[in-house]
Design a protein around this ligand. Sequence first.
Ligand code: ADP
Length: 174
Amino acid sequence: MQERIQIIQGDITRQNVDAIVNAANCSLLGGGGVDGAIHRAAGPELLAECRTLHGCETGKAKITKGYRLPAKYVIHTPGPIWQGGRYGERELLASCYRSCLELASANGCKTVDFPSISTGVYHFPLKCASQIAIRTIAGYLAGHPEIERVRMVCFDADTESFYRRALEELEAGV
Ligand code: ADP
């Protein structure tokens, strides 16, 4: 099971996979961080399609084409803004990962790459976010053989080390 989950360091806009996930905001009209990078790399056609979607609720997801990206699709999900942990942030983050994987399955995507949702300007604590991400992805994959591989594409070494540890903990049954 766990060999279907991989952790790499890199730029998600350069990955040649069926779908990359965008850590978007609820407007779906672009922003900073990974969202800005994805829109820059995909070109203006991505924003044009996003305008037709009329936004997205936190924890849900919507899919578009990838346009000038090597990826075929972009799955956009607004992660929760960390507000101390008493506002359902953990459940909403898990819901982001699940909603994206459900859309990937529904659209025939076999390979899916995620960025570290909510741990940038949304300030979700990295340790907690990485554990939620890995456990939610593993839980989904267990019941969905149609998804062959999911990668966490971490932009920096510190982020990568947290996801690596979360995956090791899962494999060790911690
Ligand atoms: P959020 O608003 O969900 O916190 P951010 O874009 O601020 O989203 O950050 C989410 C994560 O994406 C951070 O770890 C950030 O370093 C990372 N990131 C930024 N650009 C890229 C990129 N091109 N590829 C992969 N990850 C990226």
